[in-house]
Ligand binder design. Structure first.
Ligand SMILES: C[S@@+](CC[C@H](N)C(=O)[O-])C[C@H]1O[C@@H](n2cnc3c(N)ncnc32)[C@H](O)[C@@H]1O
Length: 295
């Protein structure tokens, strides 16, 4: 059954909901370590999610106020449009002074979400520093599809700012999230409705034993929250680096199904999805799994 409500307890940059609702066409607006984009295709297939059947309501929650603030801006069409226009207005500037100015403005504490200037400054500062930003051979961003490839060396600095600005603005404008609402709460504190049938609740908590996020969530609390939602009738799924100890639930290893760049800098080697409902699809079992025992 297609879920009517999707609740992402730890939305981050929204790898899974963006993939699901766009059929893989819309990427998160900024890149973050831990973002689920690379696994989102596999997760959708395992849970039987299709862009043809999106949820009526998308609740994107994150305990981090900056992340929640970014969603509030992106989900408000007026703020998103104005922020994109502001970023385009910076297109003629040299990148380094622009980046320094934006960083200083943000550090001053004068700006806060969900204002247009906060959103534009935050996005532009991040995107100028982002791997994958238009540079060496990204002809699509520089010249349009099918254009002539131009190596970075022939780009002037302001041509690069122009390319990044256009790219950043277009990404902000292309985050289609009808029916989406941003929430800023600790996952443990979100009230569970008495009848949560028709809800799909997804959590991608910080991997146990790793640091790197401002907000944390203990394993015991993750399990408790997962049980609470499932007891109320929700379909629940959780991403972690190991199968979670939830008796009667289902575990699928998706390590080999990651798409895009490999995790060069991460110690985390494996990726599992733990589901309250039987998966709609299971990847073929790899030989190595037999070696470590059936899950
Ligand atoms: C691995 S990231 C999620 C990435 C996300 N799935 C994506 O595609 O970008 C973990 C997120 O959990 C959030 N977080 C940590 N503890 C939390 C808590 N107790 N409640 C809600 N969110 C929490 C962090 O702020 C972080 O954004």
């Amino acid at each position: 059954m297609t879920p009517r409500v999707y609740l992402d307890l730890t939305a981050g940059v929204g790898g899974l909901p963006l993939y699901w609702t766009s059929g893989g066409q819309v990427r998160p607006v900024v890149s973050r370590i831990g973002n689920k984009w690379g696994y989102a295709g596999a997760i959708c297939r395992i849970r039987g999610l299709s862009w043809r059947r999106p949820p009526e309501v998308l609740l994107l929650n994150d305990a981090d106020p900056e992340i929640a603030g970014l969603w509030r801006c992106l989900l408000d069409p007026e703020i998103a449009r104005a922020a994109a226009a502001m970023i385009r207005g910076w297109a003629g500037e040299e990148p380094r002074p622009l980046w320094d100015r934006l960083r200083a403005r943000l550090a001053s504490g004068e700006l806060s979400p969900p204002s247009v200037e906060w959103c534009a400054s935050r996005m532009a500062a991040e995107m100028h520093a982002m791997p994958g930003a238009p540079n060496a051979f990204n002809e699509q961003a520089l010249n349009g599809p099918g254009g002539v490839r131009r190596p970075r060396s022939v780009l002037t600095l302001s041509a690069r700012t122009q390319a990044v600005s256009e790219w950043a603005a277009a990404r902000i404008e292309s985050t289609p999230t009808p029916g989406a609402v941003a929430l800023n709460a600790r996952a443990e504190e979100i009230p569970v409705p008495a009848d949560a049938r028709g809800w799909l609740v997804y959590a991608d908590p910080p991997y146990q034993g790793t640091t790197g996020y401002r907000c944390e969530w203990s394993r015991a609390d993750v399990l408790e929250v997962a049980r609470r939602w499932a007891d109320a009738g929700a379909s629940v799924m959780i991403s972690e680096a190991e199968p979670l100890d939830l008796p009667g639930w289902h575990h699928v290893e998706i390590t080999a199904l990651r798409t895009g760049p490999k995790r060069t800098f991460s110690k985390q080697q494996r990726e599992f999805l733990t589901l309250s409902e039987p998966p709609a699809w299971r990847p073929p079992v790899q030989r190595s799994l037999f070696a470590v025992g059936a899950l």
